[in-house]
Design a binder for this molecule. Structure first.
Ligand code: GLN
Length: 368
């Protein structure tokens, strides 16, 4: 199948199409993960983005359905050097070609992903259109140029849950706890592995939609408020920002990635868009309290402005060792903490699972 990728700067790349026939539009972002394409494609935080892997062979262990982070593929399209047609793994039930086709998403292979990644690093993330079934590059460039900037897009409503729902914590998972604890999680497109991590630690969860107002959250009688990961610009998460403002100082408040950005905004800090983001499975992060480095899984395009944290009560706890951007904050005296990286990994190293989820258990009175 013919296929073409067009970027807003006029770059046109022809390749071979796979997956569904159609047009994908969004920001072209690159991830340096070698594996984890099943998790990444189904991570709702990739809504509005075309995902490109720098690793040259993607799909070689197929798709199992066991690693998905939500019910659907949320990345708008997939760009790779080579997509493996005949995967081999005992758990593989379909190829990445079939996965994309079943989900109605286009993919393109035969692309010089290295050149595109260098371009993104030099010129910043660009809007792009991926067309399969045609190789009209000019049309792809025109579509890309007409797209809204992701900063202005409202993507949360496309991935949040529609109704609140309750998930009981796993039995017997807690140590040193006399009473079950209940977390209300604002679902801005939560990854399944975050839910599983909290569930496995015995915490009862109520997931609420992105639009939940403080009174609705309060009616669930939370012991802790958790803000999830999610797509797009954190400034668009107005209700979640208000929810954080309403509960800080009354119960512990914590968040992951989008949640970290939202908590920082609610406390009076600012966020900004990074030139090309951090997406990959080996981002080094320095813990300024314990003076050690973690290798982390990441997927974000925005960051919290360190200077804007002055006067918010939030301290920088974690720093990215590559570019020294903020990777996590904690409050000077209140139970408020958040991380920009992904402690649930999936895919990626599990090294920070305990640091974040263990801390959730600890602030609820358990043994981490
Ligand atoms: N994984 C996430 O939660 C991403 C957060 C936000 N959309 C960003 O790109 O920075």
């Amino acid at each position: 199948m013919k296929a073409v990728l067009g970027l807003e700067d006029g770059t046109i790349i022809k390749g071979t199409g796979f997956g569904a026939e159609g047009t994908a539009c969004g920001e072209l972002v690159f991830t340096t993960q070698f594996t984890g394409y099943e998790e990444a494609l189904t991570d709702p935080s990739y809504k509005g983005q075309i995902l490109m892997f720098t690793y040259p062979l993607i799909g070689n262990y197929g798709v199992s359905g066991e690693r998905v982070q939500s019910d659907n593929i949320h990345a708008e399209g997939l760009v790779v050097r080579e997509a493996c047609k005949k995967p081999y793994h005992y758990k593989s039930t379909r190829s990445i070609h079939k996965f994309l086709e079943d989900e109605g998403k286009p993919g393109i292979e035969g692309v010089d992903t290295r050149m595109l990644t260098i371009g993104a690093r030099e010129r910043g993330t660009m809007r792009a259109a991926l067309i399969t079934g045609s190789d009209d590059g000019e049309e792809a460039v025109n579509i890309a140029r007409d797209l809204p900037q992701i900063t202005d897009e409202e993507l949360i409503s496309l991935v949040t849950c529609k109704e609140p729902h309750f998930i009981p914590g796993a039995e017997g998972a807690w140590k040193g706890i006399s009473k079950r604890k209940h977390a209300v999680v604002v679902d801005l497109g939560i990854k399944r592995s975050i839910i599983n991590n909290l569930h496995n630690r015995g915490i009862d969860l109520t997931l609420v939609p992105a639009t939940a107002k403080p009174a609705e959250i309060a009616s669930h009688e939370p012991d802790i408020l958790i803000i999830s990961n999610g797509p797009g610009n954190p400034e668009k998460a107005k209700d979640a920002i208000n929810a954080v403002k309403a509960f800080v100082g009354t119960i512990p408040v914590c968040g992951i990635c989008f949640g970290h950005q939202i908590i920082s905004l609610a406390m009076g800090a600012r966020t900004y868009k990074l030139k090309f983001g951090h997406r990959g499975g080996n981002q080094p992060v320095k813990d300024l309290v314990e003076n050690r480095i973690f290798i982390t899984s990441q997927n974000h395009g925005y960051a919290v402005d360190a200077d804007s944290l002055d006067g918010t009560g939030l301290n920088v706890r974690y720093l990215n060792a590559n570019d020294r951007t903020v990777e996590g904050v904690s409050h000077k005296n209140l139970d408020i903490f958040s991380v920009q990286f992904h402690p649930e990994a999936q895919a990626g190293p599990l090294d920070t699972e305990g640091t974040f989820f263990g801390k959730v258990v600890k602030v609820l009175g358990g043994e981490a």
